[in-house]
Design a protein around this ligand. Structure first.
Ligand code: FE2
Length: 360
């Protein structure tokens, strides 16, 4: 299977980053190899990312390589559609908004290993599937969003969110959402199953109400005074603060502090968005070129600007807004060690009846 670029086809040549995303992308033109001419003229990209995050990068890739990207935006569970369309030879690469989509695609037998050392060498090993079937593109950190007005405490651990002192003051989305499942998997990995179960019971008892809505809704609940702290991914706060055309959203984003838990020990929990190559796809050479582009230094920089996530490459800076939160200590546990505990985590969350809410 010729889906792996040779060294000359890489976008990895160092280029100096400009101050703006557009400058960074313009500089990429210097790094394009003539090898792109040997790749297919079009590739089929399936993605669960929102258009605004991925479309500008794909447009740049097209202009640099003259490889057209046919993009299908998926919502909800992507596996059924990926399964049908991959079988028909219509999918070359899958760019996922979150790790659970990649894990599901691999489990369904839709993906194949990326073995190109050029590519995998740029992404830290902890953000690669243990079998090489997916790799991270951005990092997403689960943080405490605390009311600026009512919470003076500046340091938190995930463990202490289960302390009765926060009774009725915690807002969280469904325990069974992949973000909370993976966080629970990390608690199992670090502390063992009995501690993780007791922790879930403590969190549940502290909830201000039955879990509902997404992470953004939890932040809005803090701002509305329904709870004091929420457990959310940090990019939601970034997106709210940057919503210049929505003053109320911006005010809400500014009404919470972003606190990275466990700064004094293992660091804050990290997940990823990422990509996977589709098994046996006709356009794998071009897909590998796209993967190479997305992990290049300039593309990594651009990808993190509007998403307010962290580039998966630790040598590339996040956006200025995100950088203003400081350089957090992050959990170094390999994601493969967490995905293997997801089923156990989901089972524990069900067992404690987390989604039934406090007092149940
Ligand atoms: Fe999200």
């Amino acid at each position: 299977m010729g889906n792996h670029l040779d060294e000359n086809a890489s976008f990895a040549r160092p280029v100096r980053l400009g101050r703006s995303a557009s400058t960074a992308l313009a500089l990429l033109a210097c790094a394009v190899s003539a090898n792109a001419q040997t790749a297919a003229e079009a590739i089929n990209v399936y993605t669960t990312r929102e258009r605004q995050h991925i479309a500008p990068l794909l447009a740049t890739f097209e202009s640099l390589t003259r490889i057209k990207t046919n993009v299908v935006y998926l919502s909800g569970d992507p596996v059924a559609r990926l399964t049908a369309d991959r079988a028909a030879g219509k999918v070359d690469i899958f760019i996922a908004a979150e790790l659970s989509h990649l894990v599901a695609a691999k489990s369904a037998g839709l993906t194949e290993a990326v073995t190109n050392a050029n590519l995998t060498g740029r992404v830290p090993a902890k953000f690669l599937d243990l079998d090489g079937h997916w790799l991270g593109l951005t990092r997403r950190v689960r943080v405490v969003a605390a009311s600026r007005e009512r919470v003076s405490q500046q340091a938190f651990t995930y463990e202490e969110l289960a302390d009765p002192k926060w009774k009725g003051k915690l807002c969280m989305r469904s325990g069974l959402h992949p973000y909370n499942v993976l966080l629970t998997a990390s608690m199992i990995a670090h502390k063992g199953e009995p501690v993780a179960e007791a922790w879930l019971r403590g969190l549940k008892a502290n909830l201000a109400g039955k879990p509902s809505g997404g992470d953004r809704d939890q932040i809005l609940a803090v701002v509305a005074g329904r709870c004091d702290i929420a457990l959310v991914n940090s990019y939601y706060v970034g997106g709210m603060r940057a919503a210049k055309d929505k003053p109320e959203t911006q005010i809400a984003g500014n009404a919470v502090n972003v606190i990275f838990p466990n700064a004094g020990d293992r660091g804050a929990h990290v997940s990823i968005s990422g990509l996977a190559m589709m098994k046996g796809a006709p356009g794998l050479d071009s897909a590998a070129l796209l993967a190479d582009f997305l992990t290049s230094e300039p593309a990594q920089f651009v990808y993190a600007q509007d998403s307010f996530e962290y580039p998966v490459r630790e040598d590339v800076k996040p956006s200025g807004l995100v950088e203003s939160w400081g350089t957090p200590k992050l959990d170094a546990i390999p994601l493969g060690d967490l995905t293997s505990l997801q089923a156990k985590a989901a089972q524990l969350i069900g067992k404690v009846g987390f989604d039934a809410g406090p007092g149940s």
